[in-house]
Design a binder for this molecule. Sequence first.
Ligand SMILES: Nc1ncnc2c1ncn2[C@@H]1O[C@H](COP(=O)(O)OP(=O)(O)O)[C@@H](O)[C@H]1O
Ligand SMILES: [Mg+2]
Length: 360
Amino acid sequence: MSLTRITLSNVRLYQQQEIEPDSNLNIVYGGNASGKTSLLEAINILGTGRSFRGTQINPIIRHGTDSLTVIGEVRAQSDRLPTMLAVQVDQDGRQLSIDKQKRSKISELAQHLPLLIISPDSHFQFHQKSRARRAVMDWSLFHVEPDFGDIWNRYQRAIQQRNAALKDPKQRKIMYSWDPEVADLGRRIQEFRSSEIEKLSSIFSEIAGHLLDDTSGFGLKLESGWDCGRGLDICLLDDRRRDLERGITHSGPHRNDIQLLVAGNPAEDEASHGQNKLLLIALRLAQIKRLRSATNKNCCLLIDDLPAELDFEHRQKLSHFLSTMQVQVFITTTDRNAISTDSWPSCSLFHVEHGTIKRQ
Ligand SMILES: Nc1ncnc2c1ncn2[C@@H]1O[C@H](COP(=O)(O)OP(=O)(O)O)[C@@H](O)[C@H]1O
Ligand SMILES: [Mg+2]
């Protein structure tokens, strides 16, 4: 799978631009504020409907205009006709289409264009926020487990209803009526996550060992969202008093967490910023490998400012490893020579300046 054409209109500083990316490596280079990150943002909107900078999408609409559009042609295989994905955003919301047919769910676009973004602050977010760690882990589940999305949505609804009832004296009578559903869906979500983390752990260990040139052994560990010695149903029952006092549900998979381990110890305790960045990249690459083995689908990988915090040797090692993965990659950098392209079967270089993209 690869993006063969991208057209963007009114995305941040871009008025109208069209590029035909390479199916392997795309290096996007240019000075500060030239529009490198905005291009990745536009691609990200196609596969996720969202920006990766902040939660609001409206600031991405070009100043002085009312709506933005991103259109992408995705080829599942080189001998197949491309599928056309389009996202339009205006003040009223987001309109999606596939081959000009309106769609309502962003997951339908994501099926055609699995995307992963690694930005310069991804590893900080990952280490600081358990929500970010769960989002990383669930990316795999949304793509490889067909039932996960539905179970996760139902769990979100049930837990929101339960929490709302805990806070509202008028709903006291029904506040525990959600417990059987929360317990059943919560247990299933944790089982999905636990099984996925186990499968990812060995792939992650191999890639991390290679990228960091370290044989200490790496791993992933899922932390349970409740006291595992007891079932979630029992924990919900035992927690009732403190749940009511605080107006929130204490036990459940919304408390799951994931730890990266180096020689059995949590990575963030010892690793440098550069090492933490490589560890997160190793985890993302493990997820791409797992996606391919489980679904035969490929993924488009966006790496914003790849050189940040990585020395020459690690950049070359990463570039070489990526070139063996048969994945379409977009890398942004201020220095066009920062990444070696020697081992890649093909590569396109794009220079970005004041919102104009030129193929070199
Ligand atoms: N909604 C917008 N409309 C017009 N220009 C914008 C908008 N949002 C951001 N910009 C401009 O886009 C530029 C940032 O582009 P960016 O892609 O972050 O640059 P780079 O990644 O190359 O450093 C800034 O100059 C900023 O002022
Ligand atoms: Mg940038």
